[in-house]
Design a protein around this ligand. Sequence first.
Ligand code: GAP
Length: 607
Amino acid sequence: MSEHDTTERTDATTEKLVELAKRRGYFFQSSGAYGGVGGFYTFGPQGAALKGNVEDAWRDRFAVAEGNMEIDAPTIMPEPVFEASGHLEGFDDMLVECPDCGESHRADHVVEDNTEYEDAESLPIPEVEEVIAEYELVCPNCGAGLAGQAVEAFNLMFDTNIGPGESQPGYLRPETAQGIFVEFPRLKEYARNQLPFGVTQIGRAYRNEISPRRSIIRVREFTQAELEYFVDPEEDEPDLESVADVEVTLYPADEQNAEDGSEIAITIGEAVEEGIIANEWVAYFLGVAKPWYESVGVDMDRFRFRQHLSGERAHYAADCWDAESEIDGNWIELAGFAYRSDYDLSKHEEHSDDRFTIFKQYDQPKTVERATVDPDMSYLGPEFGGDAQAVVSELEALAARDRSAFEGETVEIELEGETHEIPAEKTGFSVEEQTEAGEHITPHVVEPSFGVGRLVYTVLHHAYREDEVDGEERTYLALEPEVAPTFVGVFPLQSDDELVDVAQEIVDDLREAGLSVTYDDSGNIGRRYRRQDEVGTPFCVTVDFETIEEREAQRASEDASGDEPRAEETTVTVRERDTTEQKRLPVDDLAETLAAIREGDLTFDDV
Ligand code: GAP
């Protein structure tokens, strides 16, 4: 699979983050009551909200802003889909089992973690077995020697049966992409048969990973956000100008292979001009993705695009770059940007009864010569019996492919490995002029494929901070306001009825403005701030006695003058998470001000 982990290290931040994630409801291992099972995680209330916000941000950028369609397909698909897609045949990882403890491991990871090999995935199985023997590699679990153990290809798809019995095998999809490809014949109609067009899907994918590890980084059930962009390779071009100035850090295959190779800082425009990114569509989507990753909170000093090495590419990919983030010195793959050419649509056309092509109209009708056959069935029937129709198909294909084959006395065809000679006059071969309005072409596909869980993990990791406030140690998550699970915490200073009433009114106002709000009246105010800091809530609003006094003063002025109370004179304390700076802001404008900050139209400094 397209995984590329450098040697694994976990440092204190990861341990603290995983502990925080569990304690505060970001994510935790599922089915804990039954001992838990490797590779399955539940996103808790904070995690589900963060993940939902990241998905919304992805949808806004990659579906809405790009004018693409979104679909939602089933996660179980019948076997022929995966026969066609190549997953049944080639979606394997290398498995080695420990002879002592019986634990299964990814053989390529055992090699990469313990030798100088960096890309063991691209080695053939016998070579991996040799390396294991040569280096006397041992089981990471119990230390028993693995030399001599067979390394096997293990298919990662989860299988099931559709309906009772075993007559219709099915699989849980290993990528959301196939749900889009198989519906192409209908989707092209929705796109009015016009290329280019894109279809997105955010949904679950399943892989029976041999050794799931590093919390939610490699799991067996995860969410992908994928875009399949269908293009005419001859005519369509991306809007490269719009991303030409985007600065990126690239790690091309050449640099990875060179002894002193390194990452390069370059703009997308320059990378295309210099041929570093060969495919313009891939370059375009890298240019769209980089600022988007930044907007959701990935630290750009810990982010790069790495080109796949030739042995590492998936079976369908002609070229591929990964978006990678750095976590504790390891690079993890966040997304793949693959040029899948016409691989998928051609395969589904071959294996199904539907058409996975698009009719491309010429500007002017063209007159073309077509070679056709009209075989004499009174000859083919008695001569070939039940195979006569197959002979006709062979003759048709041969006429389209090689007219010169019909120039002699006899025409040779191959049928099930046997050569047959047919008299040329019995084939009815002729070349005719035809006027054609267009042709059927198989679109090519460029695919940005994002893993949502890994992004959530990166966003949390890159946001993790420790500092000291008023002599006390503090942990906080500097999450971007756009994705933070809760945007504002509202507290009455004490559980005094008046304070509580005003705080509840503010909660209602803020929720009405579409903000995600939490109300907290337990513990001292410092503790409440720490709780919100730790889950990454960007703002806290405190209702205190000054608020009540201001309100009473207004009421008194209203009684005296008969005027409406001047609400802007009632204020609350608003505290910003990262700086802990506090400002008194009028209650009346609070929802509007905070909503503008959430939308990025205003900063706390400007208020
Ligand atoms: N349709 C292309 C495709 O599925 P991929 O590189 O195999 O490509 C895309 O997967 C993304 O899905 C990866 O970049 C990664 O973020 C995520 N992903 C893949 N396997 C995963 C796993 N076992 N656990 C969590 N995320 C995974």
